[in-house]
Design a binder for this molecule. Sequence first.
Ligand code: HDE
Length: 707
Amino acid sequence: MAKSPAIRKTADKPRSTPSTTPSPDTQRGNGDELQQQAGGDHPVMTTQLGIPIADNQNSLRDTPRGPTLLEDFILREKITHFDHERIPERIVHARGTAAHGYFELTESLAEFTTARVLTEVGVQTPVFTRFSTVAGGAGSVDTPRDVRGFAVKLYTQEGNWDIVGNNIPVFFIQDAMKFPDLVHAVKMEPDRGYPQAGSAHDTFWDFVSLMPETLHMVMWAMSDRTIPRSLRMIEGFGVHSFRLVNAEGKSTFVKFHWRPKLGIQSTVWDEAVKLQAADNDYHRRDLFEAIEAGNYPEWDFAVQLFTEEDAAKFPFDHLDATKLIPEELVPLRTIGRMVLNRWPDNFFAETEQVAYCPANVPPGVDFSNDPLLQGRLFSYLDTQLSRLGGPNFAQIPVNAPKCPFHNMQRDGHMQMQVPKGRVNYEPSSLQGDTPRASLAQGFKHFAERPADDGAKGRVRAESFADHYSQARMFFRSQSEVEQAHMASAIVFELSKVATVHVREAVVGHLQHVDAALAQRVADGLGMDALPPAPAAAVQPQDMPLSPALRIIDRMKPTLEGRCVGLLVDDGSNAKSVATFKKAVEKAGATVKIVAPKVGGAKMDDGSRLPADGQLAGTPSTVFDAVASILSTEMGNKLSREAAAVDWFRDAFGHLKAIGACPGSQAIVQAAGIEPDAGVMDPKDSKAFIAAAQTRQWDREPKVRTLA
Ligand code: HDE
């Protein structure tokens, strides 16, 4: 009888009725047996305290079919640790994906700051960058319509610098006081526990309708920026004005920007919705696969620099986080780049435990009086105390600085350091090696002029009162296609709002943004009359337009970083497949083979081409463009296969290039596709590559009605 070694060793009394039938688990083999089976040079498994474990399959039983013994310290330790594996997820930005990399300065800002990371050209500073959605929980999907967090931790020689930004340059609210209300409104409703990860519900839009300061960011949220194609193709913004401070103590205001080398690219809404079904982890997988393949995503780092005097001339208050500084007003200066080139070893240890805080700045960088930023300076440290369980979270490897650090902070939960000596205070005279503050090297706060603009009070500056002008500028700066997408997004979201007066109030506000937009949305919602516009504290102004805020015009016509799906089946022409693949890969894209069976397809020359994805589980939504190389026989067969028909139909609807071979024509017809300039024979790889570098915007009116 194959008994587990653990039972044999620890059962002290032989039982009178031993089990004669071994359980499947005891048959599976244990300890040394398993060690040998697995091969390799495995270390012996131990408890947390190093006690070697002989059997990791069976708990200690009183008899083979009797109760489990409390004495089983190995079982108890294992289960107890498991019971405590989770920590509270982030209140916002819970769903995130991160990677390691480096920042390299290409132009010195020595004139403006003492920060070494911004003055030492060519030095590579390690970074850890986490992207996130805002509203959904940690297990929610990657592609809802949502703002993306863009948080960069730079491990500089003068301490950690966290630029904790978003992929949108403005924020919903002006004062930290409103943040809990905003977040409560956008997250799932508290009584029903839904919707998860989306703003298309009554409480969010109720809040919007009552807080006109949200309008500018709402316009961004309804743009295609919030349905990105890839985390590698989003911009990042520090949002607030910060300060740079030079050796003379002079301050210059600065806004931080990250610009993706691959260009910005978004999905279309129907695609984003279908991606939620196709692949919950679409963005995480995309980043992982790119880094694993050595296609390291890269961003330019740029700054907008301006003085107090410049700021006084802006037709808005730069301390108001609902306002951006158009780059036509203050140009961007590219001073560095960030490359992400290493996937974390462990998701929990790094991506989950990383603790960003906008208050982490090196000497030479300082804060502005933006009231939203001021609130954030407090919030992030505070949230880590409950999320990570105590004051020593900075000792977690991903959070620890990579420069020397010394202080007199001691003890606390989970203290990992063992400070030596009797001196844990300062000043002291008993030890020669204790840390001391340094006036020369230490952080100097910018010595600001005392404010002379009024008395203390719970007030909102009058310069913050214009809520519509920049919303208008943003909307009117967009291309026609983008405006139509925004109008349709608002119609979609408000159509999910059951409360009629909330829908009406939002459309009322839109009249201040753009009367034609308000009318389009009203029509899209089936309203008989345009609801009245509310009184505006300040009449909106027509600001100069900022074409730099568009996506479509700035999309890079490239296949770099993109992925093309190629559908094959038994009998596909091996030569055509190889030629197509080579040409598209040469243009920079990855080609993934899709076939009805994951084992692949038998080509016409008898060779077998393994598939990267099975057709039913790999819809065209996960690709930037698609092509097919099929025999007529297989094409006819697949034209009766919903997954194949949808593959083409969705690619067409999502404005993608389609390289459909003659053998696929039955599927193309079943999908109701009327071929246009974006549909061609994949033999013409040149035409395919040209079309795949962008989306077929002209096709859109043929496939959907936009507001
Ligand atoms: Fe955050 N924010 N936030 N936020 N935020 C958090 O910190 C907060 C704001 C942003 O990948 C929390 O560690 C307040 C603006 C990102 O780990 C919390 C206010 C911007 C991340 C918090 C804001 C952001 C967070 C939740 C208004 C763009 C994820 C967990 C005063 C510039 C960082 C945590 C990561 C996370 C508070 C507004 C970006 C609760 C009080 C504006 C990218 O501390």
